[in-house]
Design a protein. Structure first.
Ligand SMILES: Cc1ncc(COP(=O)(O)O)c(C=O)c1O
Length: 370
């Protein structure tokens, strides 16, 4: 009976063209799918550092609060320095960071204001919290203030949660204005800078991009799985926030810590990001892609981040397949990851791409969508 029910639901997904398949990236394809913006996942120094970290064993063998606290605090100290905050705390993934931070800090009697296009892990963190959640229109400070004016006074604490760089659109949250609103309404900003770290603000992220200084009412979240090329998530903020999370955040407490080799690897990634050359090279590549993609009329305005949403609607999956047959890996993104009607190929570029790669993609997309 249960099997039958699931089968029916799966059939429905297929009929609605929403069925997800796992697909292996073939060797030798031109890859526009990965979040490895700085190509650090395969950087020889990072791999060597990770290999060195294997001396501690394959796994961390336990939660950070039991046997799993190995080299993690070194990474946390470095991340706090890098983000210019009092403390940092590392989680097993970026997903579990959002889940664990939001659900621990936001409680019954609190209000979370969440951008309409926030990442699924933020949405799930909000759901898991006992706070009331209001969605404001994407990047709209007007919408945010509207809700606060109407409802803000009823709550103990106010949290404004936003991606720094939006994962499916590549645009940047108006963080300076959001911070002003937070100051005005005595709120706290939680910014998930998964796609801003290593990319904007000389690598330091969205806060730096806006010349904002870390403060008591800003909590920064990041991931070690994208520009860092590894795995894991982290949160940066004031001492009390980190101590509170160590004591109450369930995805931190009840999950095995990152493998020490990954910690060693991303420590090296951090060192390389801090040197600045990779982020500068990425920005050069973004400017180059802007020129090429504009010429092929794939974009109208310059991008500041490596994420290019090429909105193709219903034809997205067909076009993604067409690209794959021609040696380009650029998966389509469908509902519910993006709203219906806005299905897209999410082109993400990295420091390893060359101008001719952008040309090849631009030409094929133009040919097929003409
Ligand atoms: C904005 C955002 N936050 C969080 C995550 C989750 O990070 P991770 O993949 O490291 O779990 C992602 C990645 O998918 C993301 O795009």
């Amino acid at each position: 009976m249960f099997r039958l029910k699931l089968r029916e639901e799966l059939e429905l997904l297929k009929r609605n063209n929403l069925y997800r398949y796992l697909r292996r990236k073939e060797e030798g394809v031109l890859d526009f799918s990965s979040n490895d913006y700085l190509c650090l996942s395969k950087h020889p120094e990072v791999i060597e550092a990770a290999r060195e970290g294997l001396k501690y064993g394959l796994g961390s063998t336990g939660s950070r609060l039991t046997s799993g606290n190995i080299n993690h605090e070194i990474l946390e100290e470095r991340l706090a320095e890098f983000k210019e905050t009092e403390r940092a705390l590392v989680y097993p993934t970026g997903y579990s960071t959002n889940l664990g931070v939001i659900s621990a800090l936001c409680k019954r009697g609190d209000l979370i204001l969440s951008d309409r296009l926030n990442h699924a892990s933020i949405i799930d963190g909000c759901r898991l919290s006992r706070a009331d959640v209001e969605i404001y229109e994407h990047c709209s400070v007007e919408s945010l203030v509207g809700i606060l004016e109407e409802k803000g006074k009823r709550y103990n604490n106010i949290f404004i949660v936003t991606d720094g760089v939006f994962s499916m659109d590549g645009d940047i949250a108006p963080l300076k204005d959001i911070k002003k609103v937070a100051d005005e309404y005595n709120g706290v900003v939680i910014v998930d800078d998964a796609h801003g770290t290593g990319v904007l603000g000389g690598g330091k992220g969205t806060l730096k991009h806006f010349n904002l200084k870390p403060s008591d009412n800003i909590i920064q979240i990041g991931t070690l799985s994208k520009a860092f090329g590894g795995l894991g998530g982290f949160v940066c903020g004031i001492e009390e926030v980190v101590e509170y999370l160590i004591n109450t955040s369930r995805s931190f407490i009840y999950s095995t810590a990152l493998p020490p080799s990954v910690v060693s690897g991303v420590l090296k990634s951090l060192e390389l990001i801090e040197e600045g050359n990779l982020t500068r090279k990425l920005q050069e590549n973004i400017r180059c892609a802007n020129r090429v993609f504009k010429r092929y009329e794939l974009i109208q305005v310059d991008n500041l981040t490596p994420i290019y949403p090429i909105i193709l609607g219903e034809r997205t999956m067909e076009i993604s397949e067409y690209l794959l047959q021609r040696g380009i890996f650029a998966p389509g993104i469908r509902y519910p990851s993006v709203p219906r009607g806005l299905e897209r190929i999410r082109v993400s570029i990295n420091v390893g791409h060359r101008e001719e790669d952008f040309e090849r993609l631009g030409r094929l997309l133009k040919e097929y969508t003409r």
